[in-house]
Every structure is written in C-alpha cells, then in structure tokens.
Ligand binder design. Sequence first.
Ligand code: UD1
Length: 415
Amino acid sequence: MSIRVCGTTCLKGVIEVQGSKNTVLPIIAATILTDGISRIHNCPDISDVHVMCELLEILNIKTYYKDHLLVIDTRNITYAPLPCELTCRLRSSVLLLGAMLGRWGKARIGSPGGCTIGVRPIDIHLEGFYKMNVDISVENNILSCNCYQLQGCDFNMRYPSVGATENLLLAASGAQGRTILRGAAKEPEVIELCNYLNSIGVLIDGIGTEVLVIKGSGCLKSADYINVYDRIVAGTYMLIASAIPSDIILTGIDDIHYIKNIINVCARLGLNVVRAYNTLRVQSIGDVGAGDFATGTYPEFPTDLLPVLIAVLLKSQGKSCVTETVFENRFSVVNELRKLGGRLNVIGNSVYIERSDRIIGGMVDATDLRQGAALVAAGLMASGCTIINDASYIKRGYENIVKDLNDLGAEITYI
Ligand code: UD1
C-alpha cells in the first residue's frame, strides 16, 4: 500500500484525535491478570490492537471490537505459549511476558517486533524478572520464563525504560509481597497503566514519580477503562500545522498535561495554541522558527515525534539542530527527506537541518511508523506530489491519517 500526498497551501478543519496506541496496548495486556469482562473505550482501530487481540485469543480470552469499543472476556482464560509469528508483529507483545508471569508465574513467548529504531534490547525487563525469582532462557527466538513463586523485589532500573517499567508493573501485580521500582519511567502511558492496575485491585504508590511501590494481589477483578487521546498523533498534526498555514481544531484532548511538552516545542516553531474545554485550536501562518531541540524521557520532547520535527524544520528560517537521546538509530527519515531536496546532515546523535528552499515531491519509502508520518508531513510541504511506499507502517499507529488530512483540505489518498 502507498500514499500519494500533494503539497498544500493551507489546512483548515477539525480532527477528532484517536485513542492512544501506546496506552491501550499495556492495558490490554493487563487484562490477562483479571477474571471477568473488561470494556476498553476509545480503543484505536489499528493493526497493533488487532494483533494483540489475536494473541489474547490463544490464551482462550474472547475479544470483541466494534466502533472503538474493545470488550475482553477472560473468564475462561488458560495458559498457552505465544508463537513468534504473532509476537514479532508488534513491540508491545513483550508486555505479555510480565502479564503472564503475574498470572501464572510462567510464560513462553516469541521475540517482540516493532519499529527498527535501534537495537531495542530487553535486558532491563529480564534483569527485573530475574530479581523476582524468574528463571529465564532464550532459544531460537523463544523466551521461556519460569518461577516457583514470583516474589516482589527492590529493583533499581539503570534507565527509565517505558516498556521495562510496564512489564515489571504487570509482573509485580501478581507477585507475592511488595515490589519497589526505582528509576521508573514517568511517561503518561505508565501513569495510565498504574491507574488501571489500581482500579483492578493492585495497590501502587508513587504514580508519576520515579519510585513506584507495588503491592500485588492474587485476586484481581476486571474493570472498564476509558482510553486517553494519542499524544503522539495529536503532536504529529500540531507539528504539521506549524509548517503549513493552518487553522485546526483538535478534539478529545482531555488531559492537557500529557501534551504540554509538545505544545511548548510547537510554540517555539511559531504555532499558536489555544485551549477550550477538551479541544485545542492550533493556528499558524506556516513560518517555522529555527532552533535547537532535543528528545528525552518524559516530560522532555518525545522521541516518537523526532522524525516529524525534523521534516517540519526543513521549512525553518535558519539552521536547526535536533538531538536524539533515547534511541541510537532514529534518523532513517534523513535519507528520504534528502530525496525530496532536504538539506540535512547527521553528526553523531544530532541532525543539522538547513532551510531547504525547494522541497519537491518524489518517491520515498516508509520504513517505520513515525518516519512514515514524517514523510506525509514533508509531502504536504513539498511542491508537487509525493508517493510514500510501504504506507502500512503508518497505519500501525495512525488510524486514519489520510482521512484526517483530507478533511482538512489536503490532497492525499491511498493508492
Ligand atoms: C516505548 C514506546 C515507543 C517510545 C519509547 C520511548 C510502545 C509500544 N513504544 O518503547 O513508541 O519511543 O517507549 O518513549 O509503548 N532499553 C534498554 N534495555 C531495555 C529496554 C530499553 O537498553 O531493557 C533502551 C532502548 O534500547 C532505548 C531506550 O532504552 O534506547 C528507551 O527504550 P524504552 O523506553 O524501553 O522504549 P520502548 O518501551 O521500547
């Protein structure tokens, strides 16, 4: 599947921001800890969610999805190993490890997949499990974890990994005794998972801080969850709006705190952001301010928006620099942007961007989800039309990027 997108002179209209991918996936994994029926509202209609449901079905969990409502019935749940063919299709499959350990004290699952944005080891996840008394072996891309009694522990995370924090929270929810996670991630997705775990009967203190204290329980009840908006999707549209004369209303922004860091960067780029109830009105004249930017762990600017920020800065008035501090290989967008006339230079973990007077439509390849979204942004900024190959990467996280931008007046279509 490819996307054809043409340069546009203005964007105007309303976008209903979808539910968060990275929030809902850990919560879907967490339902493994429960007995009963859970309803997850505002669940995005994206392939990662559907693959996660296929994985749950292997555990004899019934799932039903319609109109952004996901119903999960764990009343007949049974243990089973999870095959590589499915686990390798998304990153969050790794979270099933923690949830299965929390539920059964054992798990056998294939390696996780996800975007190729670096080595993406899971050593911190495994170190934490090891501290909880888990024996771990890896053979032919299959991880086997077993323990006699999953035991709470005091674990110092040497890096605030989002996935490791979520995985250890899930395991600790079913462990005996108390677990203390020091140096935990503070991302909104972790906060939402903590709140959900509290609602099913786990006791968690320190939510939103780097020290989480978890008191697990053997008996966890099912609970409903209303998913938050996707801050990365909202941020993508805000960044695009900074580079193209725009007047856009984003709806569904129920917690402004989760997106403040993105608003701050967009304001530096020249975007005017006004909040009213749960909407954001974003306006710009399309003149992008140059500057130096860096990604980081929350509340810093999210690494997931780095490729889109790089694309948008091609239109900035002067020289800009964006430094990536989270993943070691997130610059795949650079080569593709060069094909469209972008003037960019990578040195170490920074990319230096010069104003590119002419971005000209062409043929580019999406190689991961956010890089693909950045190419859509570049296509909108270019003169002429751009074909983005392998657009299925983009669909993994953006439910409806083509329709959303069409509704704003852009000429964009799947081909
Ligand atoms: C999650 C998000 C991803 C986001 C990232 C950082 C999902 C599905 N994905 O990915 O979109 O970009 O958080 O906000 O929610 N690391 C280790 N050892 C580990 C784990 C991580 O060295 O055991 C390193 C990674 O290689 C990377 C850094 O820590 O350099 C951050 O990774 P992490 O926070 O774990 O990201 P993910 O959970 O994979």
